[in-house]
Design a protein around this ligand. Sequence first.
Ligand SMILES: NC(=O)c1ccc[n+]([C@@H]2O[C@H](COP(=O)([O-])OP(=O)(O)OC[C@H]3O[C@@H](n4cnc5c(N)ncnc54)[C@H](O)[C@@H]3O)[C@@H](O)[C@H]2O)c1
Length: 252
Amino acid sequence: MSTTTRTAIVTGGAQGIGRAIVARLARDGMQVVIADRNEDAAEQTAAGIAGAGKDSVTALGVDVSDRSSVEAMVASAIERLGGVDILVNNAGIMDRASFLEMDDYFWQRVLETNLSGTFRCGQAVARHMAERGKGGRIVNVASNSGIFGGRGRAAYGASKAGIINLTQTMAIELAEYDILVNAVAPGPTKTKADQPDEPWPSVATRMPLKRYGRPEEIAEVAAFLASPACSFTTGHVISADGGFTISGIMEG
Ligand SMILES: NC(=O)c1ccc[n+]([C@@H]2O[C@H](COP(=O)([O-])OP(=O)(O)OC[C@H]3O[C@@H](n4cnc5c(N)ncnc54)[C@H](O)[C@@H]3O)[C@@H](O)[C@H]2O)c1
């Protein structure tokens, strides 16, 4: 994998964690394409990332739940960037519904966006990387909810657990092309101004660091997994969650 100017696609990079990942990669001098279904927001984010050179961050519209849309986006990104070194599969929806009330439409929408979207973008970009022969890095964004159960998260948790297993198989099959595939699993992260400052007590009492993560803290982990410095780690999930998933007895 090239250690000089690198190129990246970040799905769902118009806002939240994805935007922080775009900014972090751009800070490292990379050329980044934000691929988001909200193209206007993606354009604004690309234009607004402080410190980015005029053309170093650009935007493309995509719906990751639609194969033809993904293939068109990847083809445009390859043309624009001259080749893709890094894919960050971050686009996702976090909708929640009770297990007893969830209908097929809800289930499929969450799975199609989060899990199938990661499969489609990962496959389209990995085919390009394999053919190009320069290796690459793929970073999938999982979640705490893919590691343990959570109320209202039947579809969301299953989609993220699926991403963790998909990451392992992608790592095995893509190793021969020097494409390393890992996942970052964020814990509760404050991405919106109207979120409360503190996580719910049911979360905070199980979290050693007892606070929301910041998008930039998730981006640091993603940036490492996307970098040439990550050279002997593949198929793994790194949690960035204030210790939420490792906690057992917290007092007494
Ligand atoms: N925020 C958290 O607490 C948290 C915790 C764990 C994991 N995550 C994961 O991190 C990722 C980003 O979360 P966030 O909080 O920044 O979310 P967000 O809602 O702020 O941003 C998600 C972005 O994805 C885009 N998107 C959604 N569906 C899309 C589609 N079909 N095609 C293309 N783009 C699409 C949206 O337009 C948006 O820009 C998600 O995968 C989420 O599951 C978030």
